[in-house]
Design a binder for this molecule. Structure first.
Ligand code: ZN
Length: 141
């Protein structure tokens, strides 16, 4: 990128409350974008964890329950996984690996670009835990 471009990083902590949990973090991500002062670029939302994930989708009580039901159906906890012989959270590693630990959103005119029903959500599969959330805003202006 040309001159006047930079990176702004903010590290936050999110407390999850249950073994499976869905936490909306949109507001803290938007706050980080505002704080960055960056007008045009993108925001990386990343968690340095192997048993949680980040998605971009609706935060409504029924679909929030559906995320968890779906994950449990596709990757059942205690489903005969080898890693469960060590610490019985194989399902959490698998869900994290397949869903992913980051999302990238555009930043335009100093604001996070997202759809009406797109919230930034942290998915917990092995809580309750304190999770670290890194928001890295890269851009210019
Ligand atoms: Zn493990």
């Amino acid at each position: 990128m040309e001159g006047g471009c930079r990176t702004f990083r903010k590290t936050l902590h999110v407390q999850t409350k249950r073994k499976f949990d869905v936490i909306r973090v949109t507001e803290v991500v938007e706050e980080a974008v505002r704080e960055s002062g960056i007008r045009e670029g993108f925001a990386l939302v990343f968690i340095p964890h192997a048993t949680a994930a980040v998605i971009l989708n609706e935060y409504e009580p029924r679909i929030v329950e559906d995320y968890i039901t779906w994950i449990k159906r596709v990757i059942p906890p205690g489903g005969g996984w080898k890693h469960d012989e060590i610490d019985s959270n194989a399902h959490a590693h698998l869900a994290s690996a397949f869903i992913g630990q980051s999302r990238v959103l555009p930043v335009s005119e100093g604001l996070l670009v997202r759809g009406t029903w797109q919230e930034v959500l942290l998915l917990e599969f092995d809580g309750p835990r304190s999770r670290t959330l890194v928001v890295e805003v890269v851009g210019c202006g």
